[in-house]
Ligand binder design. Structure first.
Ligand SMILES: [Fe+2]
Length: 207
């Protein structure tokens, strides 16, 4: 454990989006994952906690996850693979690669490219926590019928996630399930999409 990591899950927007604030409690260095409300809403929380925003992390570029990113004057990290599909306007947009690591105080946040919902979906892994955006929800997975979606890619991405320790805590991008988070072990037991043995079975669940 690198230190004391603050995690705040905020339920925002009419689409039941989850926005996350992560912070190093010691230094107050903070990041926002998937802003789903205007910056002033999130800024209020940062100010109350006396945190300093250092960056914004985007799991993907769909509009409900990138609200107001054009107003942030900090680096905004989006997967490079999202480029031609969903690219929000941001002052300091940066492109991440699969496996790239970004730092938040003493913490290392690893970017895992998990295409399928969109070509450039990525999850963020830090201290045994996985922020999955619309790749994986507690009881379901993201849609693959939007432009750039690919069910086969999503299936492969889920296999990659399943290889992580069962103790990994999954923090989804929407409040679509019976719980707001859960360990990967719990999700393997209750999420039928994670139980699919092959792509054929997976696609049958999607339809
Ligand atoms: Fe999405």
């Amino acid at each position: 454990m690198a230190g004391d990591l603050f995690i705040r899950q905020m339920l925002l927007s009419d689409l039941d989006n989850f926005t996350y604030i992560l912070a190093d409690k010691a230094s107050g260095a903070a990041c926002v994952i998937d802003p789903a409300a205007e910056p002033v809403t999130i800024k209020d929380v940062l100010q109350k906690e006396k945190f300093t925003l250092q960056m914004v992390l985007l799991t993907h570029g769909h509009y409900d996850h990138v609200v107001g990113v054009d107003k942030y004057d900090v680096p905004v990290h989006l997967s490079g693979a999202e480029a031609i599909f969903y690219t929000p306007v941001a002052k300091r947009l940066t492109r991440t690669l699969d496996g790239e690591k970004v730092r938040l105080g003493p913490f290392v946040i690893e970017c895992l490219h998990t295409p399928g919902h969109t070509p450039g979906c990525q999850c963020f892994l830090v201290e045994g926590n996985l922020f999955t955006g619309d790749t994986l929800f507690t009881d379901a997975v993201g849609r693959t019928d939007f432009p750039g979606g690919d069910a086969k890619q999503l299936f492969q991405s889920l296999q990659r996630i399943k290889a992580l320790p069962d103790t990994t805590v999954v923090w989804p991008g929407h409040n679509y399930g019976s719980g707001r988070s859960g360990t990967l072990g719990e999700l393997k037991r209750r999420n039928p999409f994670l139980a699919c043995a092959d792509i054929k079975e997976f696609i049958s669940y999607l339809s």
